[in-house]
Design a binder for this molecule. Sequence first.
Ligand code: GRF
Length: 198
Amino acid sequence: MKKANIAVLVSGGGTNLQALLDAQAAGHIPSGQIVLVLSSSPKAYALERAKKAGVPGFAVEKEEFGRNLNAFLEEYHIDLVVLAGFLSILSADFTCKWAGRIVNIHPSLIPSFCGAGMYGLKVHEAALQKGVKVTGATVHLVNEIPDGGEILLQKAVAVLPGDTPEILQKRVMEQAEWVLLPQAVEQLAEKITKETDK
Ligand code: GRF
C-alpha cells in the first residue's frame, strides 16, 4: 500500500517533530513517511533535528509565505500536513484546501486554554492560574478557527503541587504530546491511504 507523504510544519525546538521521527524509526507510523519539514523560522532547532534524521528541511520565507508553502507541499506531493509547535497563522484558503488532512497538537484539553494567542508556556500559565487539577494535550484537525477543528485524540496529565509552567509543560509534552501525535498521525495516514487506494 502507498504510504502517505507527510510534511511537518515547525517554528521552534521541534520536540514533537522528534517524537514523530522517533516513532517512524521505531515502525510506529507504517502508513506514512515524513518527507519534508518546513519552518516559519530559519533559526528553529527543529531544522537541525530534520537534518540529523536525513529529512529535507527548509525555512519558508515570511514574505509570500502562503505561496512558498504551497509550492513546497506540491513539489513533495504531500498528503498530510502536521503542525508541531508551528506558530504562524495559516490562511482560511489553506486550511480549507487541506481540510481533513491537516492536524495540530495543542498542549491543553481543548476547549480549555485554547484559541487565539494561547500557545506554548502561556497555556500552562493559564492552567496554573485557573487552578485546574488535570490538564493534558489534544490532537485536532485544523480549520480556520484557532484550535477549532474536530478533536481526534486527547490525553490527561495531572497538575501537581509546586508545578511551574515549565515543569508542567515538560510533563504534558512527555506524557501526552509526544504520545498522542504519532498515534494520530498514523491513524490519519492510514485513513488517507485507504481512501486513495479505493
Ligand atoms: C510547545 O509549547 C508544545 O506544547 C506545543 O508547541 C510548543 C513547542 O513544541 N505543541 P516543539 O518542541 O517545537 O514541538
